[in-house]
Design a binder for this molecule. Structure first.
Ligand SMILES: *[C@@H]1O[C@H](CO)[C@@H](O)[C@H](O)[C@H]1NC(C)=O
Ligand SMILES: *[C@@H]1O[C@H](CO)[C@@H](O)[C@H](O)[C@H]1NC(C)=O
Length: 501
C-alpha cells in the first residue's frame, strides 16, 4: 500500500507562497487564526508528501489547496494509515477518483456529494475504490462547516484513498473549462496527461439550448461524457459531442435526508428580512397563518427572479395572506438583495396595490446544509421560474420534501417534472442570452401571466397541491434514490472495466 507505486494524485503546496486568500474572504477571526496555524504546519510537511505529486509531473495551481490542508492536517485525530478503517472494497485495484468542487457549495458541489454518498452507501458489488479530490470552484469554509459530521468524516476517509494512476478512472465533475488544461486556476482534471489514467469521464451540463465549440472539443477529449438528462443528451449531440461518448447518468437526491416527516419547520421570522410589504404579525395578530412561497437561487438573471417578483407583486397584495421568502447567494454581485428588489420594482411597470405590497422576505444569511430540510419544511410551495437549469437541485429537494413545486418546464427539469407531481410552468417563447459566456444561445422565457395563475392556483387548491407534493416524493424515491443511482453509476463503470480488461 505504502509503496512507491502509490500514485494518488495530490496537490502540491508550494513554499514561499501567500496564504490562500479564498479562505479569508469572510473569515471568522477564530478560524482564520487556526487556519494560519495549520497552514504553517502543513508547509513543514510538504517535503514528505511531495513524492506523490511529483510523480505526476504537473505544475499545480499556485494556491496551497484548501482540501489538502483541511483533510490532511486539520483532522482532529489523524489516524496513521495502518490503523485506518479498512475500506470494505479495498482489495479491488481499480479506483474511481471523483474530482469536483466538493468544498464550494453551489450546484456542482451538492451534486457531487450526492453521488459520493450514494456510491459509498449503496455500492453492492466491490468493484472499485472511491477517492475524492477538490477541483473547480473555490473552497468555502462556511460550506464545509455546515456539512453534516458524517459527510466530513467521509471526506477525510475518501481523500486518503490511494490509487495508481493506471488503474484509476477519473470523473471530472465540473464545467469543461476546469478540465485539463484548465482555463482558470484550479487543480486540473485529470491531474496529469489523459493517457496516464485508465479512463477519464467528464460529468457536466449546461443551461442553454447548445454547447460552445470549445466545450464540445473538451468533451470530445474525454472517453465519456456523463450528462444528467435527456435534454442534455440531445443538446450535447446536436452541438457536436461524439454520440458514442454521451451517457445519461441521472443524479440522486437524498430522500432520507430530505424527508418532511423528520423535521420541524425553521422559524422563518428569525431569519427573513422584510423587503417590501408588512409582516403579518404587525399587520394582524389574529389573522390565519399566511401561505408561504419559497425560492432558492443564486442571484443571476438566468434564475428568473425578475419573472417571479413581477408575477408575485402583480398577483398579490398585502391582504392576500401570502409571503414570499427568497434564499439567495451572490453571483458576481454583493449580498444586498433587498435593495436590488426595491430597485427592480421601482424601475418596473408594477403598480403598488391599494392594499400594499404582498410581503417579500430575503434570507441572506448562510443556511447550513443540515438546516435546509427545515427551511423547505417551513414553506407551503416552492417556486423557481428559471430560464434554464442543468438539473435544479432545490427543485428535487423540495419535491423530496413533498412540496408542490412550480418550475419552468424547459431544460434539465423536464427530466422529472410532470403534471402529476408538480406545476410545470410553460415558457412563452425562447429568448436569446445577451451576456456572459453563453451569449447568443437560447433559453426559455417563462410566462409571467401563467406564473400568476399558478401561484394563485396553488394557494387556492391546497389539497390538490398536497397530492402533487406526495406524488413528487414518490417519484423522487422511485427514480432518483441514492441506491438506484448508485446502481446506474456502478453499472456503467462495470461495463467500462469489462471493456478495458
Ligand atoms: C499499473 O502499474 C503497475 C506498476 O507499474 C503494474 O504493476 C500494474 O499491473 C499496472 N496496472 C494495470 C492495470 O496496467
Ligand atoms: C413539459 O415539457 C415536455 C418536454 O418538452 C412536454 O413533453 C410536456 O408536455 C410539457 N408539460 C407541460 C405540462 O407543459
Amino acid at each position: 500500500m505504502e509503496s512507491d507505486e502509490s500514485q494518488r494524485p495530490t496537490n502540491q503546496p508550494q513554499q514561499n507562497q501567500a496564504l490562500p486568500l479564498t479562505l479569508t474572504k469572510k473569515p471568522l477571526l477564530l478560524y482564520s487564526s487556526i487556519l494560519v496555524l495549520f497552514l504553517a504546519i502543513s508547509f513543514g510537511f510538504t517535503k514528505t508528501n511531495y513524492y506523490k505529486a511529483q510523480r505526476l509531473k504537473y505544475s499545480f495551481s499556485s494556491h496551497p489547496i484548501f482540501l489538502q490542508t483541511l483533510l490532511g492536517y486539520l483532522h482532529p485525530n489523524p489516524k496513521p494509515r495502518q490503523t485506518h478503517t479498512p475500506n470494505p472494497i479495498s482489495h479491488s485495484p481499480s479506483c474511481v477518483l471523483w474530482m469536483a468542487p466538493f468544498l464550494s457549495g453551489g450546484g456542482y458541489s451538492s451534486e457531487s456529494w450526492s453521488y459520493i454518498l450514494a456510491l459509498h452507501e449503496h455500492m453492492k458489488t466491490p468493484l472499485f475504490k472511491l477517492a475524492i479530490e477538490h477541483h473547480g470552484d473555490q473552497e468555502s469554509l462556511e460550506f464545509w462547516e455546515g456539512l453534516p459530521q458524517h459527510v466530513k468524516n467521509l471526506a477525510f476517509e475518501l481523500y486518503r484513498t490511494k490509487c495508481r494512476m493506471n488503474e484509476t478512472i477519473v470523473v471530472c465533475h465540473s464545467e469543461p473549462g476546469a478540465w485539463n488544461p484548465p482555463l482558470f486556476e484550479t487543480l486540473p482534471c485529470p491531474p496529469g496527461a489523459y493517457r496516464n489514467f485508465k479512463s477519464v469521464i467528464g460529468r457536466t451540463m449546461f443551461e442553454t439550448d447548445r454547447v460552445n465549440v470549445d466545450h464540445v472539443k473538451r468533451c470530445n477529449q474525454m472517453d465519456y461524457v456523463w450528462v444528467p438528462t435527456e435534454f442534455h443528451v440531445s443538446t450535447f449531440i446536436e452541438s457536436g459531442v461524439d454520440p458514442s461518448k454521451v451517457v445519461k447518468i441521472i443524479q440522486p437526491v437524498d430522500v432520507k435526508f430530505f424527508d418532511a416527516l423528520k423535521y420541524k419547520p425553521l422559524d422563518l421570522s428569525s431569519i427573513g428580512k422584510l423587503v417590501l410589504g408588512s409582516s403579518s404579525t404587525t399587520q394582524n395578530l389574529n389573522s390565519k397563518k399566511e401561505f408561504i412561497f419559497l425560492s432558492i437561487f443564486k442571484w443571476e438573471y438566468r434564475k428568473g427572479w425578475d419573472v417571479l417578483l413581477k408575477s408575485y407583486f402583480k398577483e398579490f397584495s398585502g391582504v392576500d395572506g401570502v409571503a414570499l421568502y427568497l434564499l439567495s447567494n451572490p453571483y458576481h454581485s454583493d449580498r444586498d438583495f433587498g435593495n436590488k428588489i426595491v430597485e427592480f420594482v421601482e424601475n418596473s411597470d408594477i403598480e403598488k396595490p391599494v392594499d400594499g405590497w404582498a410581503p417579500v422576505y430575503v434570507i441572506d444569511t448562510h443556511i447550513a446544509q443540515i438546516d435546509l430540510p427545515r427551511l423547505y419544511k417551513a414553506a407551503n410551495a416552492f417556486v423557481l421560474p428559471s430560464r434554464g437549469e442543468g438539473w435544479g437541485r432545490p427543485l428535487v429537494e423540495a419535491m423530496a420534501m413533498s412540496l408542490p413545486v412550480i418550475a419552468t418546464n424547459w431544460s434539465g427539469p423536464t427530466e422529472y417534472l410532470t403534471e402529476e407531481n408538480s406545476y410545470p410552468l410553460p415558457a412563452d417563447r425562447m429568448s436569446e442570452v445577451t451576456e456572459g459566456p453563453f451569449r447568443g444561445h437560447l433559453w426559455a422565457e417563462p410566462s409571467v401571466d401563467k406564473l400568476r395563475v399558478l401561484l394563485r392556483h396553488v394557494m387556492n387548491n391546497v389539497e390538490e397541491a398536497k397530492v402533487k407534493g406526495r406524488q413528487a416524493r414518490e417519484d423522487m424515491i422511485r427514480r432518483f434514490s441514492p441506491e438506484i443511482v448508485a446502481e446506474i453509476v456502478t453499472d456503467h463503470i462495470r461495463k467500462m472495466l469489462q471493456k478495458m480488461s
